[in-house]
Each structure stands twice: as C-alpha cells, then as structure tokens.
Design a protein around this ligand. Structure first.
Ligand code: NAD
Length: 283
C-alpha cells in the first residue's frame, strides 16, 4: 500500500522535525501532542526552519506555504484515524510509550504501520503491547531531523517483512538513507558511538592527553568532524551516562561500564553545553 499520509505523535524536537521532512516530501501530516503549547511550538519551529531555507534560497516562499499547509497540528488522537503510518516521537518513557502505542492501535486502520522513534527502548518490548505486533517497527531518526540523512530501521522480533518494506519505502520517499538493524540495546549507531565517547573519557581520566589533544587526535587522525569530548558535551553528559547505563544493564558486560569521570561530572552538575560546563567551558 502506497504511503500518502503520516501521523506523528509528539511535537517536540524530533516530532516537529519528522513532520517537516514528511510534509516537504509531499505527504499529508497529522502532528499530535498532549500539550496545545507543544503543538504551537512545533508548528512555529517548522515555519522557522523552512523560513531559513527560503533565506538561503534552497526553497521558494510558495513552497514554504505549501509544506506548512500539509501539516495539521492537533491535541486530538482521533485525527490519526485514516493515516497510513504513525511515527511515535513522544517523551522517552517506557510506560508512556506503551500507553501511547495501545492508544494509536485503537484509532488507526487495520493496515496502518506503527513506528516508534525511541532511542533506547526495546522495539520487541514495545511491539508486544499491540494486538498486531507484526506492524510495529523502530524508525530512529537523528537530530536535527531535517539535516541528518540517516534513519535506522529496527526490526523487533515480531516485525513483519511487509512492515519493514513499507518503512523502507517511507525513508526513501523522504530522501533519507535507511540501515537495516536488529533490535538490541542502542541499536547500531549508538552502540558503536557511545562506547567510543566513554573510552575518550577513560583516556582523559588516565591522563593520556588533554581534552584538546584527544579531540584533535580524533578529528585529524580519523577525520571525525568533531572530537569525542566536544561531542559528549554537546549530547549532554547526563544523557550519555543514561545511554551507556542501558548498555551496561542490557548486556551485563563490564566493557560497557561508565567511565568514573563521567559519573563524577554528572554528579557535579557539569553536564556539558546545557549547563555551561563539561569537558570545556561555555559562556
Ligand atoms: P521532546 O521532549 O522534545 O518532545 C516530546 C514531546 O512528547 C513533548 O512535546 C511532549 O508534550 C510530548 N508528549 C508527552 N506525552 C505525550 C502523549 N501522551 N501524547 C502525545 N505527545 C506526548 O523529546 P524529543 O527529543 O523530541 O524525543 C522524542 C523521542 O525521540 C524520544 O523517544 C527520544 O528518545 C527520541 N529521540 C530523540 C533524539 C534527540 O536527539 N532528541 C534523537 C533520536 C531519538
């Protein structure tokens, strides 16, 4: 079945980005949030992002109007009734997501695909709450959604081949690149990235080099666009700690133990950019 319309649940950082890229690809989008303010902010964010594109000359003003007109923002879940796909992008909380997924399944048609943008919760566990778990899949977008080209497609144990194909067709339609990943803590990208960042913090703690030299080493020696410590500051050290903790708990393998310096910095409230101080100082 061809995808013409998309529902996005959650109008926050990721939700409004997902709504924007879907509408820009010509799809009708229904963006639902529990908070009317969040809906308004989400719509305003889409208009502001597109406004910057108009200024840069990448889209015309008439295109901006057309894209914005394709996004319908609401606080009513019933508006999802006839969409072909729903992408859940609400707050990262297991109980909340289980409730939302059940609610979505009660409203959408029998053929609708139900995707979740969770970054750490098991797709198999989320799918299990549905009457038809075969139609559930992980669609993990990256932040900022309009800029980042990748979507990880995560197959839960119950995800059907048809659901995977439909999700892949949607990723193609919105001009992004999909990778095919099996359900596992951190999926693929964070599984590789986060231990690397944690290792950089071990290296700093052991006095191997200064933060500047560690970052310069990875940028110059590995062609990374940003050093691991600067990236950790950007992600937020509390977020990074909670992700590495998911690996440690999920795999029960000491190779995923959080670097003691990371734990110490989070305890001290040095969370990176958002708190003004992490491995670097921010004004
Ligand atoms: P956010 O806090 O910016 O937005 C979450 C939104 O969900 C809020 O607007 C909130 O009002 C809404 N919400 C809460 N309960 C709801 C409900 N019952 N129904 C509808 N909406 C509800 O969060 P975010 O950063 O956009 O993250 C959303 C999801 O995307 C999370 O699962 C997160 O793990 C995942 N994710 C985040 C990033 C990132 O860098 N921020 C990257 C990839 C994936």
């Amino acid at each position: 079945m061809d995808i013409q319309s998309v529902g996005v649940v959650g109008a926050g950082t990721m939700g409004n980005g997902i709504a924007q890229v879907c509408a820009a690809a010509g799809l009708q989008v229904t963006m639902v949030d529990v908070s009317g303010n969040a809906v308004e902010r989400g719509l305003a964010m889409i208009a502001a992002n597109l406004g910057r594109q108009v200024k840069r000359g990448t889209i015309g003003a008439d295109e901006l109007d057309a894209i914005v007109a394709r996004v319908h923002g609401t606080t009513h879940y019933e508006a999802l009734k006839s969409v072909d796909v729903v992408i859940e992008a609400a707050t990262e909380n297991l109980e909340l997501k289980l409730r939302i997924l059940r609610q979505i399944e009660q409203i959408v048609g029998h053929g609708a695909l139900i995707a979740t943008n969770t970054s750490s919760i098991s797709i198999t566990q989320l799918a299990a709450v549905l009457e038809r778990p075969d139609r559930c899949i992980g669609m993990h977008f990256f932040n900022p959604v309009p800029v980042m080209a990748l979507v990880e497609l995560i197959r839960g144990m119950q995800t059907s081949e048809e659901s995977f194909s439909r999700a892949k067709a949607l990723v193609d339609r919105i001009g992004k690149t999909a990778i095919d990943v099996r359900n596992s803590p951190g999926f693929a990208v964070n599984r590789i990235l986060v231990p690397m960042l944690n290792e950089a913090i071990f290296a700093l703690h052991e006095g191997l080099a200064t933060p500047e030299d560690i970052d310069e080493g990875m940028m110059m020696g590995c062609n990374h666009p940003i050093g691991p410590l600067a990236l950790a500051d950007m992600i937020g050290l509390d977020t990074l700690l909670s992700v590495i903790q998911v690996f440690y708990d999920g795999f029960k393998d000491p190779k995923y133990r959080p670097a003691p310096l990371l734990v110490e910095m989070v305890a001290a409230g040095r969370l990176g950019r958002k708190s003004g101080r992490g491995f670097y100082q921010y004004s």
